[in-house]
Design a binder for this molecule. Structure first.
Ligand SMILES: C[S@@+](CC[C@H](N)C(=O)[O-])C[C@H]1O[C@@H](n2cnc3c(N)ncnc32)[C@H](O)[C@@H]1O
Length: 274
């Protein structure tokens, strides 16, 4: 029984307007494979943002944690230092290769990685239930309700979804690239809250200030990266270039894109995990 809006159907409709790599016969992890090294260099510097996110999680030395869409291990690694073990699931081989390097550098040995899409994971076969399940900026599954139901079923204690709150892209960029997909509000916390409510999961929400930072070696690289988020028509490239050259900040030989925004930690508890 759904309300006036069927949130999962709305999600599917919005997703179907957003051509996925898997639909074009490409490996769905390929975009992240290409971005992995750069993403790694950039996000592993954001320790303050990561620490702020981790303090919101209930972590104990005896807990097992499942990180869905773990990427290069920005959260996996500091979490692994506080708990018994972490299982990191990610569709991208490139991101998991960076995770492996980061683990070796930090001497972490209690992380198991699984290179699969969350949709392909079979509970009881690929993984057993974990005390804590998290997904941070990684929920882009075509059937979001099914993906969240599986996260809920995989948890014995707590489930955390971290997503953006409010516009993810700045207004100038949005005017050039257009409002689609994420900028429509798909990845906004309020969408997940509505869907969870429909699923009879009455989640808690905590909003935090955050800063999105991205370094580029050159203006060309920045243009390519932003172009890659859309199939941007050729005629819009000059506008994108001009906009980026106006907002990127010189930072130790690189160009920095910086933007203040907000994140939401959406969480619920299952059972009475001590
Ligand atoms: C923006 S990164 C976030 C990584 C990490 N959670 C963090 O907060 O730094 C998104 C990651 O989710 C992964 N991902 C997205 N959809 C996925 C899916 N359906 N199954 C497994 N991994 C997925 C991507 O491959 C990528 O590594």
């Amino acid at each position: 029984m759904t309300g006036i809006i069927n949130w999962n159907e709305l999600w599917k409709t919005m997703m179907s307007g957003h051509k996925r790599r898997g639909d074009r016969g490409e490996d769905p992890g390929s975009m992240w494979d290409k971005r992995a090294k750069k993403f790694n260099e950039s996000v592993m510097q954001h320790t303050e943002r990561t620490e702020r996110q981790i303090t919101k999680l209930e972590l104990k030395p005896e807990y097992t944690v499942l990180d869905v869409g773990a990427g290069i291990g920005r959260l996996t690694i500091p979490i692994a230092k506080q708990v018994k073990s972490v299982t990191a699931v990610d569709q991208s081989k490139g991101m998991l290769a960076c995770l492996q390097e980061n683990m070796e550098r930090e001497g972490i040995t209690n992380v198991t990685s699984i290179n699969k899409r969350w949709e392909e994971i079979e509970l009881g076969v690929d993984i057993e239930p974990h005390d804590v399940v998290i997904a941070c900026h990684s929920l882009g599954m075509p059937d979001i309700q099914e993906a969240i139901e599986k996260m809920d079923a995989a948890s014995k204690g707590y489930v955390y979804i971290i997503s953006s709150a409010g516009r993810w892209m700045d207004g100038g960029m949005e005017a050039i690239l257009g409002r689609r997909g994420r900028s429509w509000g798909m990845m906004d916390y309020i969408f997940f809250c509505n869907l969870l409510h429909e699923m009879k999961i009455y989640a808690n929400v905590n909003i935090q200030d955050t800063e999105y930072e991205q370094h580029y070696d050159s203006l060309d690289e920045a243009v390519d990266r932003w172009k890659g988020t859309r199939d941007l028509p050729e005629e819009k490239e000059d506008a994108l270039r001009a906009y980026l050259s106006g907002i990127l900040i010189e930072d130790g030989g690189t160009l920095l894109y910086k933007r203040k925004s907000k994140n939401a930690t959406i969480w619920w508890q299952k059972g009475d995990l001590k």
